[in-house]
Design a binder for this molecule. Sequence first.
Ligand SMILES: NC(=O)c1ccc[n+]([C@@H]2O[C@H](COP(=O)([O-])OP(=O)(O)OC[C@H]3O[C@@H](n4cnc5c(N)ncnc54)[C@H](O)[C@@H]3O)[C@@H](O)[C@H]2O)c1
Length: 414
Amino acid sequence: MEENTRRDFIKRSALGTAAMLLYPSSRVLGANDRVRVGMIGVGGRGQELLKQVLGVPNAQLVAIADIYTRSRDEAKRMAPGIQTLDDHRRLLDMKDIDAVIVASPLHIHARHFLDTLAAGKDLYSEKTMTWSIAEADQCLAATKNSNRVVQIGLQHESSGSLADARKWIKDGIVGKVTQVESWMSRNSPHGKGQWVRQVPPDCNAQNVNWKAFLNGRPDREFDPFKFINWRLYWEFSGGNVTENMVHQIAWIMTALDLPEPSAAFMSGGVFSEKDGRQVPDTIVVTLEYPADTVVTWQSTFSNSHYGLGERLLGSDGTIEHISGATDMVTGRSAEGIRYYPESVNRHDGSALTGETPNQNHMANWIDCVRSRKTPNASVEIGYRSAIAAHMANISYRRKQRVTLEMAKTLQPES
Ligand SMILES: NC(=O)c1ccc[n+]([C@@H]2O[C@H](COP(=O)([O-])OP(=O)(O)OC[C@H]3O[C@@H](n4cnc5c(N)ncnc54)[C@H](O)[C@@H]3O)[C@@H](O)[C@H]2O)c1
């Protein structure tokens, strides 16, 4: 017995040391210490996050790393005191950085995620957490093996509407929810493709580290259009499911405390944006969950009338969360969260309007870096929402209903 215990102890210590070597922990922050932040990827979204972090008291942006000169120059103009680097590994070597924001394209998230944890830094990673299920498994395991604070850029997890929905569900006024319908719709002027960005004149092989962008994908000549418009191609993107469904699905899964889906089916196609893109513009997803719930998500890029929203249909009441649906007659755009009782089961119930204010998602992360608490969009919801998105895409590409078990055994298709 004793020998076993000793051996176990040695094994545990060895594992502990290995984990510490793999994930060395950085400094312990005092209440008045500034959180020193670095950023990897400062394109469109990265620059929005850069502004956000500059606005958080007691946080200091120290450096950014990006493989495109234009992005580095733009970031430097926004925050003149920062250091700009062309390789994320140099940024992660910096001892005076506590925490890192990753806003690179989807297919590089996992690499930047794992490298950041391995460098002992806390992490804010843009959604979707990863490009594939296997990468999501790796990133979840790495977080669990570290003592790092991880926030995923699912900012609706910090919304007042989610707090309202959770309260109503917990109070028992919604009853059993067996069905959720959700949608997201956009439009663009004729001749202008949704998501398509113009290639800047300086976007050439001298100014971009194309190999670093490819991140292990087959080598080929520099393709400026794909570099700028990576969202349109499976190799780098998961399409609108990883761009937008993931936000709404995370919100729904947190509201109802749902695990990963047990099965997914997705149909649709490239129906409106016939510009050579691979990812569909018109989508219907059905996600089945183990506890008697089915969730649908629909999306189009050629009609924006109904905006974006979620409806949780319960036996005792309905929660409707909408943003941007336009009234046909008045042209007014509605936004907000409401509860409506089901009179058959709650005859004396009354309608409610949610009033909880949103929290600042970036400030929540910085607070957690200090307190070591779990942020609002934890790695778990990052993981579960990523799995839902990838299951949907796998189903679409295989043209069949996919169970969680099947999805986990399938290799991603580029
Ligand atoms: N949370 C949100 O609401 C929200 C909104 C928009 C985008 N996003 C997410 O943000 C991420 C970035 O999207 P975007 O629109 O800013 O893309 P983008 O193409 O505008 O920016 C990506 C930046 O990363 C840089 N980059 C590419 N490879 C790199 C590498 N290996 N190392 C360092 N930098 C590298 C590019 O040069 C570019 O500056 C995506 O995951 C996207 O889904 C989130």
